[in-house]
Structure formats: C-alpha cells, structure tokens
Design a protein around this ligand. Structure first.
Ligand code: SAM
Length: 217
C-alpha cells in the first residue's frame, strides 16, 4: 500500500499530539511518526488511521489507540537488541513499533484468523519477527527469558507464567482489571529475584483470553 507525503504528514501530527498528551520518549514519538499505521487497517479506513483512536480490525478485535501504544512502549524502556515478547499480535502495529525501537520481537496471537492475516502481512512487508498462534497467557517458554514482555489485552490478574519468563532486570507491562477498565501495571524483576509493581492509570482493552485470562464469552 502507498505511503504518501500526506500519510507522513498525518503521522507527524499524531506524534505531536501524543507529545502534548504527555509522551516524552523521543524514540517512541519517532516510531509513531515513522511506522505507517494505515497499512494495518482495511484500505477503506485510511482516513481514520492517524486519529488517536482504537479501531476494529475484524474478529471482534481492535488495533490499540496510538496513545496506548505509546504509553506501553515508553514503559517498556526498549533498548536496541532487547528480546521482547508481545501477547496479542492483533493488527501487528504494536509489534512494528517495537521492531522500530530495535527490539527482537516474539509475538503471540490467540485468534487463528488474525494470526494468519497479520503474520502473512508482516512477512510480506519484510519484517523479521517470530509469530506464534496460541495462548499467550502461558507465555512462550521455548524462547524465555525475555528482557521485556508486553500484554495488549486486558487480564484479570498477572499470569505467573509471564513473571517466570522475565529476565533479571526485565520489565512486564500489562493492563489488569475487570471488563470495564484495566490499570496499566509496570512490573520489574530485580536481580535478586524480587518484583516491584507501579500503576500508570486506567485503560480499556479487549479481554485477554486463555488459561490465565478470561473465559470465552
Ligand atoms: N497489539 C495489537 C495491535 O497492535 O494491533 C492490539 C491487540 S488487541 C487490543 C488484543 C489482541 O489480543 C487481540 O488480537 C486478541 O485476539 C489477542 N488475545 C486475546 N487473548 C489472547 C491470548 N491469550 N493470547 C494471545 N493473544 C490474545
């Protein structure tokens, strides 16, 4: 799909808006300004791609709001070469933002149709990352430990398997709460094996399903 000067201009404006909303990490703002969000949406919705809104991507799922993507990416403090596990590939946009930030991305999607669609799209665009179809509430043990883990669906509680798969000094960013709203948590695993938790406000995500998620409706 075409990436025109108009698209690039709209992305710059979106990054400016996110800076005004409090995003301070210059690399994250640059990722928002560079990753073409419109390619992750149906061509009919190109105009909506650069609004700061979540958007349906089919299968009852959404591409997260750019502000939410920026908050989660900023909390992860990505360094070049970090091994990052994403739970909830969805459209693939967040995965591409992580890739832009220099992460080695491992991403899991539970919905088969979305997994097939997004893994094909990103491979066709030349993105090198690892895709897995399965229950991300159990992590991806074969490649653990991860420097960073990001969950992009609302969890009822913090899955133990994700904490276990975090490397020393690792960071897990996960929204936890009920169906109506979830609090964004940043959990750090210290070198002595202890964990600390900080809260970063309320958000609204589609539910994390699976063994340590919510039961299917
Ligand atoms: N990161 C996505 C993006 O950039 O478009 C947005 C993700 S969407 C808000 C949440 C995704 O999590 C949905 O695609 C949903 O199917 C997926 N999901 C829900 N439960 C899951 C689980 N247990 N494991 C993996 N993916 C899951």
């Amino acid at each position: 799909m075409e990436d025109s000067y108009r698209h690039k201009g709209m992305r710059r404006l979106l990054a400016k808006k996110l800076a005004e909303k409090g995003i301070q990490d210059a690399q994250v703002l640059e990722a928002i300004a560079q990753v073409p969000r419109h390619i992750f949406l149906d061509p009919a919705f190109v105009e909506q791609a650069y609004q700061d809104k979540a958007f349906p991507i089919g299968e009852g799922q959404t591409i997260s709001q750019p502000y939410t993507v920026a908050v989660q990416s900023q909390l992860l403090e990505i360094k070049k070469g970090d091994k990052v596990l994403e739970i909830g590939t969805g459209s693939g946009y967040q995965a591409c933002v992580l890739h832009f930030l220099g992460a080695k991305v491992y991403t899991i999607e539970y919905n088969k149709a979305l997994f097939l669609k997004t893994s094909r799209l990103l491979k066709s665009l030349g993105y090198s990352m690892q895709f897995y179809h399965g229950d991300g509430s159990q992590g991806w043990p074969s490649f653990a430990p991860y420097d960073k883990i990001i969950v992009t669906a609302g969890a009822p509680s913090v899955p133990h398997k994700l904490m276990e798969q975090l490397a020393p000094k690792g960071i897990l960013v996960i929204p936890v709460g009920d169906g109506a709203k979830q609090c964004m948590l940043k959990i750090v695993r210290h070198e002595n094996g202890t964990f600390t938790k900080e809260e970063f406000g309320d958000f609204r995500f589609v539910p994390l399903l699976g063994k340590d998620g919510w039961p299917r409706a």
